[in-house]
Design a protein around this ligand. Sequence first.
Ligand code: NAP
Length: 495
Amino acid sequence: MTSTQHHVYSAIIIGAGFGGLGQGAQFMQDGVDDFLILERGDDLGGVWRENTYPGAACDTQAVIYCFSYFLNLKVSRMFAGQEELQGYLRELSEKFGLGDHLRFGQNVTDAQWDEDRLVWSVRTADGSQYLARSVVAAWGQLNEPNIPDFPGAETFQGVAFHSAQWRHDVDLTGKRVASIGSAATAVQYVPEAAKTASQLAVFQRSANYILPRDQRVFTEEETARFLADPDSYRELRRGIHEVREAGFERTRTHTVANEEGVELARQHREAQVADPRLRAKLTPDYDYGCKRILRSDDFYPALTRENVELLTERIAEITPSGIRTEDGVEREFDVIVYATGFKSHAFQGSTRVVGREGLTLDQRWGNAPEAYLGIAVDNFPNLFLVYGPNTNLNHNSVVSMLEPQHRYISQAVEYLTEDSSRALEVDRDVLERFTAYLQEELEKSAFTSECSSWYKNEDGRVINNWSGTVEEYRVETSELRLDDYRQLVAQGIRQ
Ligand code: NAP
């Protein structure tokens, strides 16, 4: 429904996934209740609404993949499935009364800063307009499917789709299926698809480091204990968090911990794959930690099934009936699944964001997005990013990074709400110093070493990942330091 709003909201949150809903929940706890959450989809959940492929689950333990103030006490298993995680977000929304703030089907196309009035004007695809003092962009890093431009793809006569747009109307039973990609998503659906497909070919460009997942289904007694005594859950959470934090060291190159990671992955391969040729194909040739470390107990066993083949030959083209690899062999398929990831470098999502003096976020960033603490960008006053540049992790739960961002942003929005003549723009020098430090730290990390990874832009600069531990990030973001910002007044800069 089209609407033009003259009310100036304290904040507009874009996106209703973990990032946006968590921000709403934080606002409600801090007494900021004059906000909207605009979501382009027709339901909440973000990646947990979009990714419904068979076997979709979180490869991070559910106990640490929830907010500290709203523990997922009823979760049925350590690595929770998609529906359960979306259910958690529904409960979060209910608990904090976010329903009244949510507007679905609102695809934000433009956000424009009005320098005279110090407000953001936000427009959606259906022509609606909203005004707000602050905009919180929580549109995520992994929601624009990436489908490589293989020659001939459009000629394929079978069914082809991306893993995040799973075609549940296509029954894989008895079908010849190709999976292009073999990373975090593929390792989850390949074991499921292998159970029904007549043939499944997994096209792997790079091997991954995979650790055991060790799924654990909680017993009724355990769940009852968590509910009766949340401290027992907190203790479990603390322990897992500490173990995961220690895992950060494994992503540093030339460390004993890094070698330990390589060794753990090797042991897992040895234990699950008897065939030395298959094992060789599955052995990474780059530094541990350069890409996301995967966790799976059933991917390797799936590859050893009679009806499954791991192919490392490069794809030359897609033909009307299948896929031809560079060695000239053509294989026929009924279905092609692209598990080829996301356009993770588009931090501005599909929204055109226009800041001071008509500068767009695209122009400000080029191909190297940067933000102070991953949150604030110069020239874009009162714009706050959730899960922005350099806030992704390899070693721990991303939710543990979101919570400090939410608290920080809430402090800023509260400050701005106290006096409508205020606006905050991060000082460019502060941002540049922050970025220089961050990039220097990242030099010690496997994220910057040689491999294809969505953590890096085409120049090899790491733009997605944080350079340290969660605890370090918590310290950095614990307090909104006004000195880091310039205070703007209508039609000019105050200091
Ligand atoms: P991804 O990590 O970007 O992997 C894409 C896969 O497609 C890789 O195997 C890649 O090969 C391959 N590929 C890409 N372009 C190709 C091309 N032109 N030709 C051949 N192969 C190509 O994507 P994803 O698996 O969807 O995972 C993305 C991220 O989503 C993960 O890193 C993770 O953060 C998140 N995720 C999380 C969970 C969870 O449980 N929490 C589950 C799924 C995904 P290369 O490796 O050679 O590039």
